[in-house]
Ligand binder design. Structure first.
Ligand SMILES: [Ca+2]
Ligand SMILES: [Ca+2]
Length: 212
């Protein structure tokens, strides 16, 4: 066999695996980038975002965060599986204020079975608007920073105060009180497991953050 033919066959043999690799990747496209980006999202950060989900095949919308949970932005920790894997990957290195289009293959979205309105083996597209990035929310440093009176419990007021402080630090501008009330309500709904109105260290640090 002459070398060029061998090379060609080798390339052909390689192609299927290349295609598999491409299918398992998330494609991101920046739709809007704010002028100032003081802080980029990373694993373990607490993000606040609105997102719309579409089916890639026909563009139909299957999810809109504006029409669930009273329409307020979703609050989640990045990189720990609170959202589908494709979003955990596709929303990293993102700035507060940025808008992004994330195309996610089924293997990193709803898989072979699909889920609810998403059919089996569907590639999905999310349009995401990121409002806030809070640094290392699950670290003990952050807990101590939030816990103003150092009683090892976080009240709603302490969390609210911390969020405002973060917004001032990042220069993303203060939101109105309604915004903070909703975010705080969200945080407590998800984390205040025993419902006593404050977050213990254990309730707060449920994800085993890298920085601990
Ligand atoms: Ca406290
Ligand atoms: Ca509690």
């Amino acid at each position: 066999m002459s070398p060029p033919v061998a090379l060609l066959l080798a390339l052909l043999a390689l192609q299927p695996s290349l295609m598999v690799a491409a299918r398992d990747e998330v494609d991101t496209e920046v739709l809007f980038m704010p002028e100032n980006c003081t802080q980029k999202s990373k694993k373990g950060d607490l993000l606040n975002a609105h997102y719309d989900g579409f089916l890639a095949k026909d563009g139909s919308k299957f999810y809109c965060s504006r029409s669930v949970k009273e329409g307020h932005p979703q609050w989640f920790v990045l990189g720990v599986g609170q959202v589908i894997k494709g979003l955990d990957l596709g929303l990293t290195n993102m700035c507060p204020g940025e808008k992004r289009k994330v195309t996610v293959p089924p293997s990193l979205a709803f898989g072979e079975k699909g889920k609810g309105p998403v059919p089996p083996n569907a590639t999905v597209v999310f349009e995401v608007e990121l409002y806030a990035v809070s640094r290392g929310p699950r670290s003990m440093e952050a807990f101590q920073e939030i816990d103003q009176d150092m009683d090892k419990a976080l009240t709603r007021d302490e969390v609210r105060r911390y969020l405002k402080l973060q917004d001032e630090k990042t220069g993303s501008g203060s939101q109105d009180e309604t915004f903070y009330n909703k975010v705080v309500a969200d945080v407590f709904r998800k984390n205040d497991v025993n419902g006593d109105g404050s977050l213990s260290v254990k309730e707060y640090n449920v994800y085993g953050h890298d920085e601990l």
